[in-house]
Ligand binder design. Structure first.
Ligand SMILES: [Zn+2]
Length: 97
């Protein structure tokens, strides 16, 4: 039997736009910074949960309005700027204590 999982569609959308924004703002592309940008933006956007079968590729939601897209890009740019100014990746090769 297939598992039904909840997925935050907002996360999928942000992931699609993430690299574009990182390129434009010339941000660090390491995994930590990417995920920092993603979480920062996700925390500032309303979640958009959809129920889907596990592993199922679902098509884009048509209900997503233009306003959503604007808010999304706005949050993503803001997030990228914050992370660029205050990166949380390891700046030294020292072992964390
Ligand atoms: Zn980084």
């Amino acid at each position: 039997m297939k598992q039904v999982v909840l997925k935050n569609y907002m996360e999928t959308l942000l992931l699609e736009k993430l690299d574009e924004v990182i390129d434009k703002l010339d941000c660090c592309k390491c995994e930590k910074c990417r995920m920092d940008i993603l979480s920062y933006a996700l925390n500032r956007l309303p979640p958009k949960y959809v129920a889907t079968y596990e592993g199922q590729v679902y098509s884009k939601l048509d209900t997503l309005s233009l306003q959503y897209e604007t808010d999304l890009m706005c949050a993503l740019y803001q997030a990228a700027e914050v992370v660029r100014e205050h990166p949380h990746h390891d700046l030294t090769s020292e072992e964390p204590k």
